[in-house]
Design a protein around this ligand. Structure first.
Ligand code: KG4
Ligand code: ZN
Length: 348
């Protein structure tokens, strides 16, 4: 780590991952811990907000201690505290934000209130120091499916969003329909490897539409009908669903690329960016448009605190520390100018 590097402590608690990380502005991940709440939520087939908030509250304090211990550091060695302040499940966000405020106050360090989506949007720059602004970003997670032009820190232009479900949500619902449990994305991807992506005729909602947006609700219903028909194997349904989803992503990205000034890089972030079929399709699209393709390592795609600490590193030089009475924001669009679209997710 460079001696003039700043060190930021990051806290993430907006959904079902409790996470703490120490990251330096020279891109060193000094220490990080992450605890998933999969076991707590699995019996309900999805995240239960009350259970999530309680689990964050139980885990955060010991995790903060463990991360500082791993790094062999004290709070005095840290230059700022970055906590997710939204969007997400309000109870969980409050737990993380209040802890961040307490640490900032106790250690007399600036508090950086981070938009969880900004954490995802800037995470590729933590992994790749050569990635400069601007870039075209596909942000695909459990709560969001957006195409953004990332022009700088805090400068996001939303080009498209979903009018109903997020893609991660569609993966999770497909998993539920196929009896694969929660979280569904990785399970659907695994099952799809043994299936035929052309076996089940499924729709590609909004493909070819003049509008820029995504829609996945119709695809989910079609998956349900295909499963109920009893005519197809689960593997064929999973593979066909994944292929339909990827076709939609590529079509909507082509739409966006045709309508924006050329940018040098196509970047993917968010939980669904862990999917290999999605990654290779995007890589092909980038090559076709002579763009670089950048995808963060898998552990940086799904929710984590290193991306929150990194967003803090990016924001620290801007000097915008948050007041200690700052409120958690269940909704917090990255691009406040973008028109509101029915159904765009609350979850991050
Ligand atoms: O970014 P993330 O960890 O949390 C949110 O902020 O939403 O994304 C979680 C979503 C879940 O819907 C999960 O099923 C999906 O990302 N996901 C995947 C894969 N890994 C996680 N979807 C498809 N393929 C994967 N390998
Ligand atoms: Zn997320």
């Amino acid at each position: 780590m460079g001696s003039d590097a700043k060190i930021v402590l990051g806290i993430e608690s907006s959904c079902d991952e409790t996470a703490v990380a120490l990251v330096a502005s020279d891109r060193t991940i000094i220490a990080q811990h992450i605890a998933s709440q999969e076991k707590e939520h699995a019996p309900y087939g999805g995240v239960v907000p009350e259970i999530a908030a309680r689990a964050h509250a139980e885990r955060l304090a010991p995790m903060l201690e463990a991360v500082m211990d791993d790094a062999g550091m004290r709070l005095a060695d840290v230059d700022a505290i970055a906590a997710t302040a939204g969007p997400g499940l309000i109870g969980g966000v409050m737990v993380g934000l209040v802890s961040g405020k307490a640490l900032a106050m106790a250690a007399d360090k600036p508090l950086l209130a981070i938009n969880h989506l900004e954490g995802h949007a800037l995470s590729p720059r933590l992994a790749d120091e050569t990635l400069a602004f601007p870039y075209l970003l596909l942000l695909v997670s459990g709560g969001h499916c957006q195409i953004l032009k990332v022009e700088g820190v805090g400068e996001y232009r939303r080009l498209a969003t979903t009018i109903d479900d997020a893609l991660g949500e569609a993966f999770d619902k497909t998993a539920k329909i196929l009896g694969l449990g929660y979280p569904g994305g990785p399970a659907v991807e695994k099952l799809a490897r043994g299936g035929n992506p052309k076996a089940v005729p499924l729709p590609r909602p909004l493909k070819g539409s003049k509008e820029p947006h995504f829609s996945f609700a119709g695809l989910k219903s079609a998956v349900m009908r295909a499963a109920q028909s009893g005519e197809h194997s689960s593997a064929d349904i999973a593979a066909s669903f994944q292929q339909a989803a990827v076709d939609c992503l590529i079509d909507r990205l082509e739409h966006a690329l045709a309508r924006t000034d050329a940018v040098p890089a196509l970047v993917v972030a968010g939980g669904v960016a862990a999917n290999q079929t999605v990654r290779s399709a995007l890589e092909g699209l980038a090559a076709k448009h002579s763009m670089r393709f950048v995808a963060p390592p898998l552990a940086l795609c799904t929710d984590n605190a290193a991306m929150i600490a990194w967003a803090g590193c990016e924001r620290l030089p801007l000097g915008d520390s948050a007041p200690l009475d700052l409120k958690a924001r269940p909704r917090w669009p990255l691009d406040p100018e973008a028109e509101s679209v029915r159904g765009a997710g609350v979850k991050a």
